[in-house]
Design a protein around this ligand. Structure first.
Ligand code: HEC
Ligand code: HEC
Ligand code: HEC
Ligand code: HEC
Length: 141
């Protein structure tokens, strides 16, 4: 019994990282390690500071709930230096269907389409403006 206890204490000292429990139930050193990693995402507030026209466009439609980097991917490098780092264009064919392809598991109210029937091979942004996707068929009263 005592031997098992000693064994446990030695084993624990071997496998539990030194900084475990420093702040809470995790490895304290992990905080500094995470903070040292390069920043990939700028955050939508940063994008919005420069791209005011897109903000105006986006706030009129339902995509107002989506932040820039959800579609454009991480762009902190572009935000830091917009003239030398030009973002690549999102692949619309993959992007839109990743959220809107019809699937019985999605909530009924979520707008979804069967791409093959709906678009017939035409790229989504031929008809839909990505920042303001609703197609206005009639003038709102
Ligand atoms: C400091 C101002 C600034 C910030 C911050 C900024 N941009 Fe830009 N962005 C620009 C400028 C200027 C251009 C045009 C660059 C060019 O055409 O040479 C541009 C171009 C772009 C383009 C490409 C347009 C095209 O014609 O292909 C996209 C997409 C874009 N920005 C998205 C973003 C996103 C998303 C963010 C936030 C992560 C962001 N930008 C942050 C200034 C900024
Ligand atoms: C629903 C996905 C989506 C969101 C959210 C989104 N974008 Fe875009 N954005 C696109 C797509 C798709 C294009 C078109 C790329 C192309 O021309 O092939 C685009 C184009 C652009 C362009 C090029 C100029 C233009 O008007 O076409 C800029 C700049 C841009 N986005 C910035 C932003 C910023 C800033 C935000 C956040 C305020 C944002 N986008 C949010 C999908 C999105
Ligand atoms: C990250 C997920 C996501 C991506 C990517 C995305 N959407 Fe959406 N889309 C949404 C959400 C969320 C809504 C709002 C749903 C709601 O309000 O019920 C929406 C709404 C829409 C609507 C309904 C608009 C309305 O006013 O009724 C259309 C059309 C649409 N999106 C087309 C597109 C197209 C085209 C693309 C590609 C350029 C795209 N979406 C990319 C999540 C996404
Ligand atoms: C030939 C034009 C055209 C193309 C291409 C197209 N759409 Fe549409 N889409 C429409 C029209 C018209 C509507 C009905 C008006 C509206 O809701 O904006 C619509 C509606 C939608 C809706 C809303 C459905 C609902 O139940 O509210 C979604 C989501 C959508 N499209 C996604 C897409 C996606 C994803 C693609 C690319 C795979 C695409 N569309 C390509 C014309 C098009």
């Amino acid at each position: 019994m005592a031997l098992a206890l000693v064994g446990f204490v030695i084993l624990r000292a071997m496998v539990v990282p030194r900084s475990f429990g420093q702040y809470g139930h995790y490895r304290g050193a992990a905080v500094a390690e995470a903070a040292a990693r390069p920043i990939a995402y700028a955050g939508h507030e940063v994008c919005e500071g420069c791209h005011v026209d897109i903000v105006d466009q986006k706030k009129l439609g339902k995509h107002v709930v989506l932040h820039c980097e959800t579609c454009h991917g991480p762009l902190a490098n572009h935000a830091d230096d917009p003239t030398s780092v030009k973002p690549s264009k999102p692949d619309v064919a993959v992007l839109c269907t990743s959220c809107h392809e019809a699937n019985a598991a999605k909530p009924k109210g979520f707008p979804q389409v069967i791409t093959a029937d709906h678009a017939g091979g035409i790229v989504c942004d031929t008809c839909h403006q990505p920042h303001h996707p609703k197609i206005e068929t009639e003038v709102k009263k």
